[in-house]
Design a protein around this ligand. Structure first.
Ligand code: MUC
Ligand code: MG
Length: 378
């Protein structure tokens, strides 16, 4: 047993390598909330809570994640037995409704601390890794077809990625289809092409869109319509051959159960942050597996820290039919880990160390902290 002594949070703003154009916003910067849980025996657990584009992707912002942890979660957990993660999860669920990303950040730090104290990995705490490398997609989202094609060709050449997710939904459906067709034509069969609409289409748009995407030979369409449009998602899943993947619709096991019961998606994009932590993520995964729904490891474009946590969990999943998009750290101009996540041969490796397997580069963290030198230079 080791008591939880302190819970510290810090917002770090990392510049992206290029504008990342999504249907709802263009990201030039990613803001991540770092969590450090300090235990009485001197052990420390790390966690990350990250969303996308302020409040344009979902209901939590970096600032709200930090506030939920500092003001509402930390006071509940201080002084408790750090080994009792199930107890901490139950208490967070009771005392802090919603806020899955804040829950995830703290829970990750608890798993990291516990695994380190037990001299093992977080994957081991989830039953052990069945694989140490996973296929990893890249997102093409420069906003320009030609730039995207060059970027994809470079990725294939470098053997970094041959699965591409195209961000669409900002332009008219017809224009988006032309954009996807140009990329598919240029890459041919050397790559798997998928698209993410981030909820931008109406059901009528989606009918045109899915028919067009299917004709082009796109493998998967992610969250074509609003997150809560369960019936529409089911209709699209039932009507078209192209795989329909739920992302924003899945805010934890209860949504997963609703979607599985109605078979309103073919594939679940499982995100540890959106699920409310690794444990709830594992429950979403279990529901998908029981229902015969395909699995894909999604990202909130976390830094290496949150990415490592996700890799620990997804390395334990029996079948990951659609691979992962755990490329977050590659989207940023700089690295905040001492030991960056490794990408090679179209795959990403689960970090091998104790806990989630990573350590922070404290100078970089200080530099990119919201009140740090990088912000002063902007
Ligand atoms: C999303 O909606 O899936 C994941 C990859 C990416 O480029 O954006 C995210 C968010
Ligand atoms: Mg998505």
């Amino acid at each position: 047993m080791s008591k939880i002594d302190r819970i510290e949070t810090l917002i770090v703003d990392l510049p992206t390598i290029r504008g990342h154009v999504l249907s709802m916003t263009t990201m030039m910067l990613q803001s991540i909330v770092l969590v450090r849980v300090r235990f009485a025996d001197g052990s420390v657990g790390l966690g990350e809570g990250t969303s996308i584009g302020g409040l344009s992707y979902g209901a939590e912002s970096p600032e709200s994640i930090q506030l939920a942890i500092d003001t509402y979660i930390a006071p509940q957990l201080l002084g408790r037995n750090g080994d009792d993660i199930n107890g901490a999860i139950a208490l967070m669920d009771k005392m802090v409704r919603g806020n899955p990303i804040a829950h995830c950040a703290v829970e990750t730090a608890l798993w990291d601390g516990l695994a380190k104290r037990l001299d093992t990995s977080v994957a081991q705490l989830f039953g052990g890794a069945v694989r140490d490398e996973m296929a990893v997609a890249w997102t093409l989202a420069s906003g320009n077809s030609e730039t995207d094609i060059i970027e994809a060709q470079q990725m294939i050449q470098a053997k970094r990625h041959n699965i591409f997710k195209l961000k669409i939904g900002k332009r008219a459906v017809r224009d988006d289809i032309a954009h996807v067709a140009a990329i598919k034509k240029a890459l041919g069969d050397s790559a798997s092409i998928r698209v993410d609409v981030n909820q931008a289409w109406t059901l009528a748009d989606a009918r045109w869109g899915l028919a067009g995407l299917q004709d082009i030979g796109v493998d998967l369409v992610e969250q074509p319509i609003r997150a809560r449009a369960l019936k529409g998602m089911k209709q699209l899943t039932d009507t078209y051959e192209i795989g329909v993947m739920a992302d924003e619709s899945l805010q934890g096991p209860e949504d997963a159960l609703t979607f599985a019961a109605d078979r309103s998606a073919d594939v679940f994009a499982v995100k540890i942050a959106q699920s409310g932590g690794l444990k709830r993520g594992a429950e979403v995964i279990a529901i998908a597996q029981a229902a015969g729904i395909g699995l894909y490891a999604g990202t909130m474009l976390e830094s290496g820290l949150g990415t490592a946590a996700a890799l620990q969990l997804f390395s334990t999943v029996e079948t990951l039919e659609w691979g992962t998009e755990l490329f977050g750290p590659l989207l940023f101009t700089d690295e905040i880990l001492q030991n960056p996540i490794e990408y090679s041969n179209f795959r990403v490796k689960r970090p091998a160390g104790l806990g989630i397997g990573v350590a922070l580069d404290e100078d970089k963290v200080k530099f990119y902290a919201r009140d740090g030198a990088a912000a002063a230079q902007r």
